[in-house]
Design a protein around this ligand. Structure first.
Ligand code: SF4
Length: 232
């Protein structure tokens, strides 16, 4: 597919949509936007999105999210500084939305962290419904995993991750919002697909980098240079 025919914001040389330094009310010109800019390729999507924001509940949710974003910074004599880690942001945002009961969908491998998160949320006045990925105790063979594909070894019992039932239990538990913590790639995709309540992510799993996948990019000029190599 020709590279100018689909959105590629990650490679944009101008980012005119940010209109940095512009004054309130100044509408940026699209002249300098690249040909692959979605604002040029799909203008109708922007009108449709604004119609969604006009729905009162969506508008209020979006407004609160932007207020939360604002409150994550403070302006001091040396300029703008960040001030809140994600866990505090999550608590503040849940309070803003008037949420009382939160779900926590976590990986069994992060049960220690899940315990801490639940304790922190409860100490902040929330009720916490937590469900871990192995719930259901279904063996991996049930979804066709072969004996030699089990982490514990071919002879051993291994419970499959069950993000579909995790989502179903969260849906039944009448939580106001669910927080995902460290689900595996693919299992998280299924959880998101089946989850019917507002969802946010506290952390994604990275078994090697302390659940901070971006560390591989920050070390991408040195230890993880192999990632930048082009596959022929
Ligand atoms: S929306 Fe357009 S101008 Fe903004 S980053 Fe994407 S390509 Fe660039």
């Amino acid at each position: 597919m020709a590279k100018n025919t689909y959105p590629r914001c990650a490679q944009c040389p101008t980012r005119v949509c940010e209109n940095r330094g512009g004054k309130a009310g100044d509408v940026p010109s699209l002249e300098k936007a690249p040909a692959f800019c979605p604002m040029k390729l799909m203008p109708e999507a922007y009108a449709a999105a604004l119609t969604e924001y006009d729905k009162p509940k969506v508008k209020e949710f979006a407004r609160l999210a932007s207020v939360q974003e604002f409150q994550c910074y403070e302006r001091g004599p040396d300029g703008l500084r960040t001030k809140l880690p994600r866990i505090e942001e999550t608590i503040q945002f849940a309070r803003k939305c008037g949420y009382k009961r939160l779900g926590l969908a976590h990986c069994a491998g992060l049960v220690y962290e899940a315990g801490l998160v639940a304790e922190i949320l409860e100490n902040n006045g929330f009720e916490v419904v937590s469900v871990q990925c192995k719930t259901g105790a279904v063996p991996k063979e049930r979804i066709g995993v072969k004996a030699e594909e089990k982490i514990a070894g071919p002879e051993m019992w291994e419970t499959m991750c069950n993000p579909i039932v995790q989502a179903m239990i969260i849906n039944k538990s009448k939580v106001d919002m669910v927080i995902m913590l460290g689900l595996c790639i693919g299992h998280d995709t299924l959880f998101i697909k089946y989850c019917e309540v507002p969802l946010t992510v506290l952390a994604v799993k990275d078994r090697v980098l302390g659940h901070n996948p971006l560390a591989a990019l920050y070390a991408g000029e040195t230890y993880y240079k192999r990632l930048r190599g082009k596959i022929e």
